[in-house]
Write a new protein. Sequence first.
Lengths: 212, 228, 386
Amino acid sequence: MNQTSAQTWDEFMEGIWRQNPLFVMVLGLCPALAVTVSAVNALSMGLATTFVLTCSCVLVSLLRKLIPKEVRIATYIVIIATFVTVVDYLIQAISLALYDALGAFIQLIVVNCIILGRAEAHASKNPLLPTLINALGMSAGFTLGLLALGSVREILGAGAFFGVALFGPDFQPWVVMVLPPGGFFVLGAWLLIFAAIARRKQKKLAEITQNA
Amino acid sequence: MTSATILPQTTSPAAMIRTLGLIAALCGFIIVAAYQGTYDAVQENKRIAVERAVFKVIPTARSIVEYFATPAGSVTKVGAGDTAPVGSIKFYAAYDASDRLAGIAAEGVAKGYSDNVRILFAYDPASASISGFGLVAMRETPGIGDKILVDKDFLANFPLEAKLTDDLKKLAQAIVTVKHGSKTHSWEIDAITGATITSRAVGRAINDSAQLLLPRIVPNLTQLKEKS
Amino acid sequence: MSIEIRSAPHIKGTRSVEQIMRHVVWSLLPVCAFFVFQYGLSALLSLLVVTVSCLLTERFFVRQGGQSGDIGDFSAIITGLLLALSLPPGFPLWMGAVAGIVAIALGKALFGGIGFNVFNPALIGRAFVQAAFPQAIATYTPSFMPGRFYEFIPSSMTIPLMQPVSVVEWLQARQFDALAGATPLAKWKFEGVLANADDLLTSLSGHMAVGPSPVLILVCGAYLAFRRFLDWRIPAAILGSAGLTAWMLFALNDVRFPNPFFMLFSGGLILGAVYMATDMATSPVTPKGMWVYGALIGLLTVIIRYYSGLPEGVMYAILIANAATPLIEKITQPTPFGKGVLSNLGRQKKGASYPLHSGYISREDAGAVTPKKRFLFNKPKHPPKE
């Protein structure tokens, strides 16, 4: 029992670290660059994607024996589009200001390749529980990635974090950070950091195996 | 499902259609449920958003009523679920605490620097002027285009004269945005240096909308006078 | 044992990179001294801070490994000095430091260090701060202020991350209006005031908000060109094409467009033409390509200055031309001797134009083995499968 729970935990962490959709697989860049001007936007985008990813993967996993493989992609898209529509209504009901801030990128979750990728590569082959854990891990990884982008851009671009001013009224905003190039700069910097960490880890691993 | 022993495995068209139909029905059900479940909250949110925007440009307003201005020159109140008659323009009549007309708000849109600038402007019937404007949506450069909301000189352009000609067919003087520092008439908008394009968009949005809307509203002002 | 892998040619010139760079730094020193003479302490500190931030960034990346070059080759100093010269003298020091870091990190280290960069690092740094702090970079102060050697321009000493201290009151206390800080280009663009060409040439008269004297820069550049540390064709092409374009427009409409002398000697055109566009790594190596490259920069500069919302366009012109450099090189490859268009007329194209030597043995016949390429010394391995 203990071993299975450890495995579950590994499976979950996979999405956050080793297979992080944003920083390792570099997927879903469109929302990652477009809506992450503030931490709030990034978090809501992450949560919306989480909802769509988890629900559609669960449904795909439940129906996986029923779906003919010739029309599976069409089926996945219909299922994903359904949940995107649901999340669209939900965000409108929660806050119109947020809905305006995220704009067309809510509807564009449909074409987020992370979701179709998970449905095709994982959910269609695995039973409910592993699918749920994998989807949750992936969504958590994506949300954290967006949040990492959004926080840096908001802190530098507006001197605030989740709307709370950090540096007082005299702060000089870095205008470039709230413009599209800022998204590329920050994403590049995060990719660099991730690559550096991964490289260091590998070096250590190689040393250990060499010594052993 | 066909037998798994036959290779390559195929599914009969009937089975495919059946499955797809089933899944589509399931998805349809989920969507309708979500729509119904959130309908009230969404409508309430939209109403609050509109109210807030109107209250911002007409500070004395306490309640609003939605109207359509039809091409025939009449105004009709918008009931729940009404669809707009062809060619009509929506506007909001705002009433103060004692239910008297405080002002009229309407949307205007014009091309700005990077996308359409959508604004909500307030018309004050008593002085026949545009008393102010608020932003609905825009994508102008932060730090430059968004000066239109904070620049003191720019906001000092309002109230802006918007009198109609004697036959009430169009504005007596078209509202135009002029270069910074060259404003001489009360219907001109003094542009912000460095944000000329956005300033012009504001002027054009107000002008385009007012030219269409005011000739339809002004003859019917008595109808709008009291909250009905 | 470590083997250096380098691309051809393997013939070693007598000049080292370090030597060239050192000479460029020497030739820049009079220009920097003039800049300090114009703006005093603030300019000196700005030069120091920007250069030091460039050097520290360079040191960090060279230490981290993964890129060629070393800290002692003076190239980071050139980047720092040029960057500081292209910024306003009263530019907040913390923003200058940011510009220096971005210049080396994004403009140079990212591409693999010295010689591999696609864009001029100093201009990358400047473009970044231009996009990040558009207001601060447009705030110039008049030169030759009384007491400039005892006090700083207030905006220099801004607390990091905060908005620049306003210079308006400081200017008023010295009987200058707020517009005294506008550069000649900005004055022309927004107010229609044209500065004198000879005032611009020396940068000595009055309290104009200009950079170091174009004449001095030209003299220093001439020294470098004379010693063959830079190619004279690039500045000549830039100035020629900018002058020609400006002159044609001036001839068409002398009310709307300023005279070509104003175009040539205002703003950063001379500095950019002599020192920034001639950066060896980012400009074409073919002689014909240099003319094309320079002409492109001159033309773009004038177009940006006249028709865009920005008063100055040298930076973007050079960056665009940097990006076009590989293409320019491709279309301007010199024809090898004997391969000209004329000599090919009426002749059939053949594979080899000389008879093979009878004793020739092909590589395959000789059983030669090509060693496997091994560039990725730490190629990432796939994570072990559970």
